[in-house]
Design a protein around this ligand. Structure first.
Ligand SMILES: Cc1ncc(COP(=O)(O)O)c(C=O)c1O
Length: 458
């Protein structure tokens, strides 16, 4: 369409880039002609019949779903829509406690009654991973009439687990399984990547295209393959929560990323894996740091660097940032790097930066610890108040050190990874406060507008 040089008497106001502030025109010059609207020939995301329908069908064919929806509001929109499509006010839903905030927001919008199952704590890694099969089984025995089970797979660090056996178990209860697979869009490529939960029988799977595939930020896919939930119901909620003017550059980039994945050859994948090996080797070459070993259930594109306890993570990232190298995520003792689906081209710069780390990183005795193993103490947990009750209660702010025992009126969310430390509606414990104090000390960003804690007033 852009090649036809169309005349615009419609939105958007930049008229294919004709009208745009001079200072920014050059940077936007290539993209604005593509930034169109629903004129004839360009279809409509919310009722696709032409090019968008065709692109979604190609995606469904590649990902092996019954239907694939293009999303322009990220996995965030997908998680919210699939929860809205699966449950109504007061319905119980089993949810992995360490889910992304979009899942928690989806539950609140449904006014559902979440039954949280705690993830396992991995002592060696110093972090929570996934819930165990046994805890899911127990939750299903206690709450057999839940309307859905919502899991996250893989986690932010690329760890997976045997989600297939969990899906099988949940299906014996005739309950749908919803999966936040935001970090696994490339899993449909097959070996050496872990299997996608879609392939393992999940009912609805949401994947951020922008996280691991070459797609623009905010793009995601929602795949459905379910005998429990209809695609019409999902479409209904998607048109409600997504913009009525979806971005064509974003939608086009979804189609492009699908084409990229579908045409990646085994040789291309071998070249990526070769590059992963070489990046791991470079990151592993200093005495102070150690790359966590690669295991087959792990996404090879996620590389975690463990900082030995005599050194400070912040000192490592400061040196890397000085060399303009930015990792994805930093915890108190680990740094997560995401390798592209493409061989790494800046080997020299990474080698140089790691040499600087080796030379400059001083022994400081890292006193930064995160005592988080008591955060998700209860294997199966419900909120202290229902969302209905919360919506009618007044709230107040209290200082952090006075929070214990109160019920949180807002979630406390370290970002990244965006997993609430405290849920809205959860009773605040000593372990929560301790973890928040430690996070603050370490300068971890917490998504909060004001100081202290917002709690309910009774
Ligand atoms: C596990 C998980 N789910 C969902 C999301 C939201 O994805 P998006 O940024 O595509 O909305 C994120 C974002 O980081 C995430 O880590």
């Amino acid at each position: 369409m852009a090649a036809r040089n169309p005349v615009s008497f419609h939105v958007p106001g930049h008229k294919h880039g004709e009208l745009f502030p001079e200072s920014a025109r050059k940077s936007f010059a290539q993209i604005l002609p593509l930034d169109m609207t629903e004129i004839p020939g360009l279809d409509d995301l919310h009722a696709p019949k032409e090019v968008i329908a065709e692109a979604e069908m190609l995606a469904a064919d590649f990902f092996q779903s019954d239907h694939t929806f293009f999303l322009v509001g990220g996995s965030t929109a997908g998680n919210i829509a699939m929860l809205l499509a699966s449950c109504s006010a007061g319905d119980q839903v089993i949810v992995q406690r360490n889910s992304h905030k979009s899942v928690m927001n989806g539950l609140e919008l449904c006014a559902a009654d979440p039954i949280y199952i705690a993830p396992e704590y991995n002592q060696e890694l110093g972090r929570y991973t996934a819930p165990s099969y046994a805890s899911l089984k127990k939750a299903l025995e206690l709450y057999p009439s839940v309307k859905a089970v919502m899991l996250t797979y893989p986690d932010y660090f690329g760890d997976t687990y045997d989600i297939g056996e969990m899906i099988e178990l949940v299906h014996t209860y005739d309950i749908p399984v919803l999966v936040d697979e935001a970090h696994g869009v490339h899993f449909s490529l097959g070996d050496p990547f872990p299997p996608s939960s879609l392939e393992l029988g999940a009912d609805i799977v949401v994947q951020s295209a922008h996280k691991m595939a070459p797609a623009m930020t905010m793009t995601a896919f929602l795949h459905i393959n379910s005998r429990f939930i209809s695609k019409e119901r999902v479409a209904y909620f998607l048109q409600m929560i997504q913009s009525s003017s979806p971005s064509y550059p974003l939608m086009a980039s979804l189609d492009i990323s699908r084409a990229f994945l579908a045409t990646l050859s085994p040789r291309d994948v071998d070249a990526v894996m070769e590059s992963v090996r070489s990046v791991r080797e470079i990151l592993n070459a200093t005495d102070q740091l150690e790359v966590l070993p690669y295991i087959r259930t792990h996404d090879p594109l996620k590389i975690t660097l463990h900082v030995k306890h005599l050194y400070h993570v912040k000192d490592v990232t400061r040196i890397l940032e000085g060399e303009n190298i930015f990792p994805e995520l930093v915890t108190h003792n680990q740094i997560l790097f995401i390798h592209a689906l493409h061989p790494f081209t800046q080997v020299y710069r990474l080698r140089h930066a790691m040499k600087k780390v080796q030379e400059q990183l001083k022994f400081t005795h890292n006193s930064a610890t995160m005592d988080i193993k008591d955060i998700f103490m209860q294997p199966i947990q419900q909120l202290a108040l229902s969302y209905q009750e919360m919506s009618q209660l007044p709230y107040k702010r209290v200082p952090l050190d006075e929070g214990v025992g109160h019920i949180a009126a807002e979630a406390i969310i370290p970002y990244p990874p965006g997993i609430p430390l405290v849920l809205k509606g959860e009773r605040i414990t000593k372990a929560h406060i301790l973890a928040m104090e430690q996070l603050q000390k370490q300068g971890v960003g917490i998504q909060q507008r004001d100081e202290g804690l917002q709690v309910y007033r009774f």
